[in-house]
Structures are given as C-alpha cells and as structure tokens.
Design a protein around this ligand. Structure first.
Ligand code: ADP
Ligand code: MG
Length: 379
C-alpha cells in the first residue's frame, strides 16, 4: 500500500500532499560540523515519505508504518521539549520548533514510512524531521528556505528530542542534489553542489552497515564536543575551524593535554581532507579520493577514537580486498562504512567483508551502493 493510501485508510480522507526526504552518507568531514568546519555528504535513494494534511484545530496526529503502537495524539499548544514520546518526538519537535520561531502551525495529520535504516549512521532521524518540516512549510505557506528548514529540524532534534547533533544531516537531507555531493560550510551554511558520479567513472561507493547500533546519547559524542571546545579555548580561537592545516603543528605544540591534542589534530586534518576531496572531485580524479578516505578513518580511529572493532574490520578487509579506500561515516561506535571501489571489484570486496564478519562471529553486514540522490521534495 502506498503511503497516501495508508493515510486515507487511517484518517478517512486523502492527504493534502505527499513529501519525501532522504537519509545521507557523509563522504568525508566527520565531527567537523560542530566546529564550524566543512563536510561533504550525499543523499541516499532511501527516503522518509510522509502523507500530511493540514489541520486548524490544534490537533497533531502522528503515525508511522514502521512502528507498532498506533497513532500518537498531541495538542500543538501542549508540546514540551524532552517530554519523551519515542519516535513521535522527531516530527512533534519540528512542529514545536516552527511554533517557537513564531510560525502559525495549527495542527496536522501525518502518516509516514521510511526506507532509511534506523540507527545505522544514515540519518533516519534527519529524514523524518526534514520531511515533516518541508510538508508543513508548504501546507502553511511559511516560505522558509531549505537551509532555514534544516535549522528548524536541527533545533527540533537538539532542543526537543535532546540529541546534540550538528547541522550536516538536516542540510544534506534538505539541500542535496542527485549526482552531487554537498560541500557545506557549517559556519554560515554556505553550500555548493559538487558533481559526484562514481558510476560514470567505473567506480562504486558502497555503504556497509555493520548493524552495530550507535547510541549518540551515551556521552561519548558530548565528550568529544566538549574536548574540541576546550581545544579552541586553549588555542584562543572561537572554533577549531579557525586553525588551518598549515598552522596545525604550531597549534599542537601549544596544547599540553594529550586527549585534546588528538581531538584538535583530527578536526583540523579532517577539514583539510574535505577540501582535498573537493579539489580531487573538481579535477575528475575520483580514484585519488580513496586514500583520503582511509586516512580519515585512521584519524577517527586513532585520534578521535570513535571507531569500533566492526568498523575497523570493514575498512581493513575492504582495503585488503582491493578497495581504493574506506572510512567509517557518521558518529561512529557502530553504524556504517563508505567504501570506494572499482565496479569490477565491488562484489569481491563485499564478499570479503561478509566472510570476515562471519569469521569474527559478527552478524551479517548490510551492503548497498550509494548512488547520490535528490534532497527533500514534494512528490
Ligand atoms: P539515525 O539517524 O542514524 O538513523 P538516530 O538514533 O538519530 O539514528 O534516529 C533513529 C530514530 O529515529 C529511531 O529510533 C526512531 O525514533 C526515529 N525514526 C527513524 N525512522 C523512523 C520511522 N520510519 N518511523 C518512526 N520513527 C523513526
Ligand atoms: Mg540521527
């Protein structure tokens, strides 16, 4: 059954419209977005799809095809941050954030379903937020731009759900274009579409989902964030974005805390890796991106220390089996790896990873090609 048909069966009327917003993978630039740095995500073909009708009586009804437990009934005037609500907090948080910003959102009926795997580091949460924000923007004629919608979605996740995420996921979902990666400057949300079409050069970008569930709320993310802020203070800059790769050795020489030194080295070098990757893509030299990915993984594993044995095994096995390069993507501690590989090697690399996982006693990983897809849209 389509999402629109399911909406009609549930609420007894056809929806005002149907919207879609994708999940994303980040090609490179990890843990840089809360340091005002650069990121380079691309949207996945996997999307959250929402059928939505406007209401003017203050009632908000939310239903997900992917969750047992029926329809959640809320009153828009009573929405309160951090009040729980499980999955419904993501779309409800968007309604709350819009109203907080003074937008007259007076209720809605929502039914949604998603093909973005949850908790795999592919941003199923941002897909949910952005699809809701775009639908409400259209239905209530709010006239917000894509970056403004991304900000609303991020504010919902930060303040209403209580997850201290950066802006990358929401910007990727809201602003990505098919056949492109999104070069985003998180300091001011300036962004540029960078042509990225591995298929046209006989390459493939594989996503390997380790099936290990990350839990960003467990404090490790907040600890890295606090460490980066302490590093910026120690260096006398507002954020680590202001430290250039050329000045990194000098900056590191001024840091006495070993942990903070490692965090700073990761953020500054990963910002530089984003810029190197963009230059390589502009030059059409996609194969040379592989080693940059693997270098980025080593930095996340050794300096930021946000990898895990399953992620490391994917990267090592894929590279040993002939991949051009690989890195964990997303917050780490599980989730997914991106692997850049020649088309003709893709099957062998996937098989090598699957057999390494079986050998290590891990659950079978999910492997699929990431074809850079379109951002949020009305269907
Ligand atoms: P990620 O964004 O990496 O997938 P998160 O932990 O940030 O992981 O977000 C996952 C959460 O988003 C789920 O636990 C659920 O609450 C919500 N979510 C994602 N997709 C759906 C869906 N299709 N239906 C209901 N809730 C969803
Ligand atoms: Mg998320």
């Amino acid at each position: 059954m389509t999402v629109a048909a399911a909406f009609e069966a549930l609420y007894g009327a056809v929806p005002d419209g149907v919207w879609a917003a994708p999940g994303r993978v980040n090609l490179i630039g990890e843990y840089t977005d809360f340091n005002d740095g650069f990121v380079l995500p691309l949207a996945l073909p996997h999307t959250a799809v929402a059928a939505v009708s406007r209401r003017d009586d203050g009632v908000l009804r939310l239903h997900s095809a992917d969750v047992d437990g029926g329809t959640v009934h809320l009153d828009v005037a009573d929405l309160e941050p951090l009040s729980g609500g499980g999955w419904a907090a993501y779309p409800a948080g968007v309604v709350w954030a819009l109203r907080e910003a003074g937008h007259p959102v007076t209720g809605a009926d929502v039914h949604l379903g998603s093909t973005v795997p949850t908790g795999a580091g592919l941003s199923s949460s941002a897909a949910l937020e952005v699809v809701t924000a775009l639908a409400l923007n259209d239905l209530f004629g709010l006239g917000l731009s894509r970056p403004e919608l991304a900000r609303v979605a991020q504010h919902a996740e930060n303040a209403f759900v209580g997850v201290p995420c950066g802006i990358m996921d929401q910007m990727a979902s809201a602003c990505a274009r098919a056949g492109h990666a999104l070069h985003l400057d998180t300091r001011d949300l300036a962004h540029r579409q960078v042509p990225f079409d591995p298929g046209s050069q006989g390459l493939r970008l594989l996503v390997v989902d380790t099936r290990v569930k990350h839990a960003l709320g467990d404090g490790a993310y907040a600890e890295r964030r606090a460490g980066c802020e302490a590093g910026a203070r120690a260096l006398g800059v507002r954020t680590l974005r202001e430290v250039s790769a050329a000045h990194l050795p000098e900056a590191l020489g001024r840091l006495s805390d070993e942990t903070i030194l490692r965090y700073v080295r990761h953020v500054v070098s990963d910002n530089a890796r984003v810029e190197r990757t963009v230059a390589l893509l502009a030059a059409g030299d996609l194969r040379a991106v592989g080693p940059v990915l693997t270098e980025g993984h080593a930095s996340l594993r050794d300096d930021l220390r946000v990898s895990c044995p399953e992620l490391d095994l994917v990267v090592e096995t894929a590279n040993a089996a002939g991949a051009l390069g690989a890195r964990m993507t997303g917050g780490g501690f599980g989730g997914s790896v991106v692997v850049l590989v020649e088309d003709e090697c893709a099957a062998a690399v996937a098989a090598a990873v699957e057999s390494a996982f079986a050998g290590a006693g891990y659950a079978a990983p999910g492997v699929f090609p990431a074809v850079p897809a379109a951002g949020a849209r009305r269907l």
